[in-house]
Design a protein around this ligand. Structure first.
Ligand code: SAH
Length: 534
């Protein structure tokens, strides 16, 4: 074996010369032989001088790698060229594998240098805007060398974990179904209007850039030279660009030089309620079990920020594998019939789970591929189903067995308007029908207590933990025709201004004023001499 031979495994970037690295140019220049797929040799032809050229067809990678090793063993400097980066679905791995088969070792064997290049995920992203600003992965849809089941599993995992996904080798003349199947899998976890970028021949002649959606992407030309970039649940389109936010808006105002948090405050735990440190501090709040956490995470990534209609719990939309929903006999009605209980038990079966929570709820968890049908069966039996997790939940008392029913319409209107809407953190609204408030409305995030013809409003209660406390009594006697509007306003401000994961009582304290109601640090205690029915 000659000691002078060298293998230079070169990624030359997307195609244009200005995107080739300096070292890649040098390496091409210093090599005696260039080995590559025909199209690639043509792309770098302008950089060649008197090198010997060994061209091969596309599917001949193995013979290309073997030939490269053979030529290097003859003492030549051999450039093996790949588009993009040679270590990303390129020739680098294969060259090493061929060498290893021959018993090669770094110390004693032929010298190998892998020269990095700009891979398609980066070149294509740059043409689309900034779609890969956050956690992303690449998946090749070519199943010529990888079992389809493995690819499908990776697509599923990436989609469910909300990765931005760059699909390489999305489609060829013979492989046309893989991209269709991939779209189907991703749609289980992301909404059809998720932005998708299609870039064909980035930085080459005939470059094409299309910004479309997950639902509409198959209507466009996708081929061998296309990279498909699927946005995550936060990616948005703006003026022909595709942008994935990094999360700066959680802490900064981007349209003003004045920042709400001063530099020394920015890394404090209270400024990052979504962080691991903050989660540990509030662990005493958390009764969540691993399954619930997993399901909650699943729901979060499935839910497109903002708009889940109250009537359809996010988990009840089709194509979820773990369904997790709250079930109750009604807003005010607390009595289940035996038939209703049997149905819930039947649906849970041996594998599912029924949990009775400290919030007087029954939560049904089960595996199903048709969540919509499950929800329909429960509704047909007269049960109310509602999403759980970071959504609005309306909790009412039993109105003394439905006898003191004045406040029921308000509770129902609130449930109809706000119930199930997504929030930065679960938001519980309690409605109690008399001053006894025996269902604990004053401890909820938003509490309404009907008394003497009007509603007393409590904000920022904390039901659990060693520092549990009632909400601040911010108003008394609000007329029935104004209360829904007021609560809606509070919801809107919470939705817009709260940090992800921030509980309502912390939010109220941080912002100071919600819907015109001012937070007081040591609110005066409520004077109580309520008699049942007051
Ligand atoms: N080593 C290359 C990838 C080779 S696999 C790299 O790192 O980029 C071939 C796939 O790469 C193509 O099917 C396409 O999905 C993607 N690709 C490579 N060059 C591209 C370009 N200029 N524009 C768009 N996609 C490209």
């Amino acid at each position: 074996m000659s000691s002078n031979g060298k293998l230079l495994v070169i990624g030359f970037g997307p195609g244009a010369f200005e995107h080739i690295t300096e070292r890649a140019r040098e390496a091409i220049d210093e090599s005696d032989v260039i080995i590559g797929y025909n199209t690639y040799v043509d792309l770098i032809r302008g950089l060649l001088t008197d090198q010997e050229i060994i061209r091969t067809g596309m599917t001949e990678e193995v013979s290309r790698a073997q030939e490269a090793v053979r030529q290097a063993e003859l003492g030549k400097k051999v450039a093996v060229i790949s588009s993009g980066d040679a270590g990303v679905y390129g020739m680098a791995g294969l060259v090493y594998e061929v060498l290893i088969e021959k018993g090669w070792a770094q110390q004693s064997g032929i010298e190998v240098e892998v020269i990095p290049g700009i891979s398609a995920i980066n070149s294509c992203a740059s043409l689309l805007g900034a779609p890969v600003m956050h956690d992303a992965c690449t998946i090749s849809l070519s199943d010529h060398l990888t079992p389809w089941d493995v690819i499908a599993k990776r697509v599923e995992a990436a989609a469910s974990a909300d990765f931005v996904i760059a699909l390489y080798n999305p489609r060829s003349g013979r492989r046309t179904r893989q991209i269709v199947e991939t779209q189907r899998i991703v749609l289980k976890h992301r909404s059809a209007d998720t932005p998708v970028g299609l870039v064909k021949s980035a930085y080459r002649d005939r470059e094409q850039i299309v910004i479309t959606t997950l639902g509409g992407m198959l209507e466009h030309d996708i081929g061998m030279l296309t990279t498909v970039i699927i946005g995550n649940s936060t990616t948005f389109m703006y003026d022909g660009l595709m942008i994935t936010p990094r999360g700066y808006r959680r802490k900064y105002t981007l349209n003003s030089l004045d920042q709400p948090l001063k530099p020394h405050e920015r890394l404090r735990t209270e400024a990052e309620p979504w962080s691991l440190n903050a989660k540990e501090e509030t662990r005493e709040d958390s009764r969540a079990k691993p399954l619930a956490l997993a399901a909650e995470a699943l729901q979060l990534v499935q839910r497109k920020a903002g708009a889940v209609p109250a009537a359809v719990p996010p988990a009840a939309q089709n194509r979820v594998s773990i369904l997790e929903i709250g079930v109750s006999p009604g807003i005010a009605n607390k009595k289940m019939t035996a038939k209703q209980m049997s149905l819930i038990a039947e649906l849970a079966g041996d594998e599912g789970e029924l949990e009775y929570t400290p919030h007087h709820q029954v939560i049904l968890r089960m595996r199903t591929d048709d969540a919509g049908a499950v929800a329909a069966r429960l509704r047909d039996e007269g049960l109310l189903v509602f999403p759980i997790g970071d959504v609005v939940q309306v909790k009412a008392c039993d109105f003394c067995n439905l006898e003191k029913d004045d406040a029921i319409p308000v509770a129902e209107r609130l449930a109809g308007k706000l119930g199930g809407l997504t929030t930065p953190k679960e938001l519980k609204i309690g409605v109690n029908g008399c001053g006894m408030a025996c269902y604990g409305a004053v401890m909820e995030d938003i509490g309404l207590v009907f008394r003497k013809g009007g509603y007393d409003l409590f904000l920022g209660g904390k039901q659990i933990g060693r520092n549990a406390h009632a909400g601040q009594n911010v108003a008394e006697g609000i007329p029935a025709d104004q209360i829904v509007e007021k609560v809606e306003q509070i919801y809107k401000e919470f939705k817009e201004k709260a940090h992800p994961g921030e509980r309502f009582h912390k939010f109220f304290k941080r912002v100071g004023t919600v819907a015109g109601f001012v937070h007081e640090d040591n609110a005066a205690p409520v004077e109580v001499n309520a008699v049942c029915g007051d």
